[in-house]
Design a protein around this ligand. Structure first.
Ligand code: ATP
Length: 303
């Protein structure tokens, strides 16, 4: 056993999020294309006395520090599955927006799996860790692999995608989050009486990625949850309009929102967009991020 494992894990945006009809089990089949972007949470894991799991998020508002924290649940799963007798203390430094549609909680679960694998020298493959992650939530496997990938099923069946080059994103962050279940319910409500087809990943979007063509990718961004997120938070429509008016190649609500992601042509264009969006007064907090980046990775594992 080592003294400490530090894991850095990125947030994600969905370049495509196609949502199938509501199924009898309450879930929806998804066809999604994820991309990890350079907003990172950092988890520090240290062994403590037998059986205990502690979570310290520095009192960050909106992040539970007990059993409801997804990193706690990941640690509990790992301890049970691998008969680990030691306990673990997990410190979380959050940069990924909370309840922002960027899979921050799932990313912390993915990072906890990677951290515990390293801390207790379990020697698991990425694939084995992703399978464990899928037991905790549909978004968790992708946070371990990162990069750019297709997600099918509930979004948990991951296939990497060829993506050339770097994409420059400008993210409009909201001060208050949106609950993912509430956004799905609103989506179902808005679709009442409509015939919804089974979801498919767009070949055209995949081609844009293969060619590293940001301009064409900008036009292909699509999120079936966007009308629902905008219905619950009408300010998102204005933010999307303003970003496009200021020359973004495309704009999309990320996942269940409320983060809005704008695609820029290059780094300079991204900076211009940040300035324009900030001075427009419609967004409080605007940050830049690049993608794709790798998923949960050990930064250092020794004190
Ligand atoms: P997703 O995109 O996966 O639907 P999200 O990015 O919209 O999720 P999260 O930041 O994962 O949202 O947070 C959703 C809720 O999960 C929070 O409101 C919080 O109560 C809970 N939560 C549990 N564990 C964590 C964690 N480690 N970090 C942040 N939130 C967490």
């Amino acid at each position: 056993m080592i003294d400490k494992a530090v894991v850095r894990v990125p947030g994600k945006i969905n370049l495509q999020l196609s949502v199938g009809p509501l199924q009898k089990d309450g879930y929806h089949e998804l066809a999604t294309v994820f991309q990890s972007v350079s907003l990172f949470d950092e988890l520090t894991l240290t062994p403590i006395e037998s059986g205990a799991i502690t979570i310290d998020c520095g009192g960050k508002a909106g992040v539970p520090e007990g059993k409801e924290n997804l990193a706690y649940r990941a640690a509990e799963l790992m301890m049970d599955r691998f008969d680990i007798e030691s306990g673990v203390a997990i410190k979380i430094k959050k940069e990924i927006p909370i309840a922002g549609g960027m899979a921050g909680g799932s990313a912390n679960a993915g990072a906890a799996i990677v951290g515990i694998d390293s801390l207790f020298s379990l020697g698991l493959s990425r694939n084995e860790m992703e399978k464990l992650g899928a037991e905790l939530g549909a978004d968790v496997p992708f946070t371990i692999s990162g990069g750019t990938a297709i997600g099918t099923g509930r979004g948990d069946r991951i296939t990497p995608v060829l993506s050339r080059g770097t994409y420059y994103w400008v993210l409009a962050l909201s001060t208050s989050g949106l609950s993912t279940p509430a956004v799905y319910s609103e989506c179902d409500r808005l679709r009442e009486g409509m015939d919804i087809a089974a979801p498919h990943v767009s070949d055209e979007l995949l081609q844009s990625l293969t060619h590293g063509d940001a301009k064409s990718l900008g036009k292909k961004l699509v999120n079936d949850l966007q009308p629902a997120a905008c219905s619950l938070k009408p300010a998102l429509r204005l933010i999307l309009d303003v970003g496009i008016d200021y020359g973004a190649l495309g704009g999309i609500v990320s996942g269940s929102g409320p983060t809005v992601a704008f695609l820029a042509e290059n780094e300079e264009h991204a900076l211009d967009l940040v300035v324009a969006l900030t001075s427009s007064g419609v967004v409080g907090n605007v940050v830049r991020a690049q993608g794709p980046v790798p998923g949960a990775r050990i930064v250092t594992d020794r004190t």
